[in-house]
Write a protein that binds this ligand. Sequence first.
Ligand SMILES: [Zn+2]
Ligand SMILES: [Zn+2]
Length: 394
Amino acid sequence: MNAPERVARQFGTELRDRLVTLRRDIHRHPELSLAERDTTSRLVAALADVGVTDVHRIGETGAVARVAGRSRSAPVVALRGDIDALPIQEATELPFASTVPGVMHACGHDVHASWAVGAAALLAADPADGDVLVVLQPAEEIGQGALAVLASGALDEARAIFGGHVDRRFAVGQVVADDGPLAASADTFTIEIMGAGAHAARPHEARDPIVALAAVVTALQSIVARRLNPATPGVVTVGTLSAGTAANIIPDRARATGTIRAVDSESRALMHDELRRVTESVASGLGTEARVTIDRGPPPVVNPGQQAAWAREAASAVVGRENVVPLGFLNLAAEDFSNYLERIPGCFLRIGARESGGPVIPAHSPAFFPAEDSLFVGAAVLAECARVASRSLR
Ligand SMILES: [Zn+2]
Ligand SMILES: [Zn+2]
């Protein structure tokens, strides 16, 4: 028997069927960030079915459940499952594909939500030393959910936190629990160039913001190429450009938006400073003025060593040491789990989700789906993370 089959068997037929039904149900009825009302109701009902009824709502679409530990005085640990879907038209042809046009669980949060319930069920049957707080987190995709959960105070007692993401670059049964950086910060910038408009045939009477913005976009490429230490990954991408109303008019304004990705706070600060400096100096050199605004998104995900070691110990116990594998590459996507890690030490895991012989499909693609057996691996690994951390913190 291979690792995923062995793990699935530990759940027993009833719980296994319950989780498969729950996950398919959530997948069929995806809800966007901050609209996860039915999703949360379904999950809270599923928690009650496995005997977990101590549930506090967070805002209108989130919840935190408490699973009692063996001792009231033992350390409290948190597990997080995010629950929101994406504005994508599903193209998987799964029998339980989305029934909502233009909305899809393309990031696997249907599985993450089901992990939370599965882990709660396992911990209700075989508790950790201390209580475990199981977070049903809304709005991960818009970077707001983790902050809302933290602001509610629901995790004030938590001394460690664990969460995971399905990943089809890894086979079902494989688990990654590396320490160090494994996802980037994601900050959004807006550049506005203010010039002076004129007739397109009389450019000497204008201060052309389009020419200035074009020069700025080119100059921005030098930040990663020439300013950032080449040993540190980073991204500056311009995603939109807009200006003008007609072919024979020089407009008075031009606008660009984009994203900055970094894996540590020093390179993040450097890229912010350089974006402002390069933009302002290039714009002014071309007779225009620049306004730069940067909206800070989630910080980088950096797993601390001790908590990652506990996660590897837990994963080894569930899938075997040979199936605990290194990430092997850095991912510059963002994940708002990093907001928890700024306040609570913990570990963010990748849980293999590619069925044997299946293709690698990136998350956020209309064809994305995690293999069903990743349901059991993720739930069992997270439950064991809670047990190991609670015991080790005593
Ligand atoms: Zn996503
Ligand atoms: Zn995701």
